[in-house]
Design a protein around this ligand. Structure first.
Ligand code: URA
Ligand code: SF4
Length: 203
């Protein structure tokens, strides 16, 4: 099963967003608070794809509004663009987590979740028609490129994937994990450098 049953024909982003709240394409809707679809202009030169909503996003219904989002905003600004100019979405639209006491601990989506949710991403790509797609981390890379991706080997390269230009880079959460450690400044600088590759490729 996948999301295709719920994706409307002739989709625009607002129609997709409305329809996604009914999606039962995998089991992740059951525990999540709500679907988290996308943010930003419905036509954008740059599209940024994350992994899945986190705890904050699940509660607010908006992508990238928690700590990873703040870091992403900063990196986008340093790369010469801004959150307002970019279409932001995720490979998987419902939060996957494990309950530990009162805490909800993020769990990576499985490949089957990426596949189940892919019809939404494909419909968004068709509607938004970005010049360049940035995939944040291996899950997003897999969703966008349709194959396993190794961030260390591929990051920062402008790739042609069918009619699309794609840049994969690290997920901002991976940079956040370096906070207070030696690698943080370099980690942020590397994310910014990869985003600059994408910005430079905009036509
Ligand atoms: N991390 C993601 O990948 N996406 C979000 O929307 C928030 C955090
Ligand atoms: Fe549908 Fe994606 Fe949510 Fe699964 S994660 S229910 S496929 S929107």
């Amino acid at each position: 099963m996948d999301a295709s049953l719920w994706v409307p024909d002739d989709p625009s982003v607002p129609r997709l967003e409305t329809a996604a709240s009914d999606c039962r394409g995998c089991e992740l809707w059951q525990l999540a608070t709500q679907v988290v679809f996308s943010a930003g202009p419905v036509r954008a030169a740059l599209m940024v794809v994350g992994e899945q909503p986190g705890d904050h996003e699940d509660l607010e219904g908006e992508p990238f509004v928690g700590p990873a989002g703040r870091l992403l905003d900063e990196a986008l600004t340093q790369a010469g663009t801004s959150r307002e100019e970019v279409y932001l979405t995720n490979a998987v639209k419902h939060f996957r987590f494990e309950e530990r006491g009162k805490r909800r601990i993020h769990r990576k989506p499985d490949v089957r979740h990426i596949s189940a949710c892919h019809p939404w991403l494909e419909a968004e790509l068709d509607a938004v028609t970005p010049d360049v797609v940035v995939a944040l981390g291996a899950t997003a890379g897999r969703a966008v490129l349709g194959r396993p991706v190794r961030i260390g080997a591929e990051r920062g390269l402008l790739q042609e994937a069918g009619s699309r230009q794609v840049v994969v880079t690290t997920h901002p959460s991976a940079v956040i994990r370096l906070r207070g450690r030696d690698g943080y400044d370099a980690g942020l600088a590397a994310l910014v450098a990869d985003l600059r590759v994408a910005v430079a490729a905009l036509s």
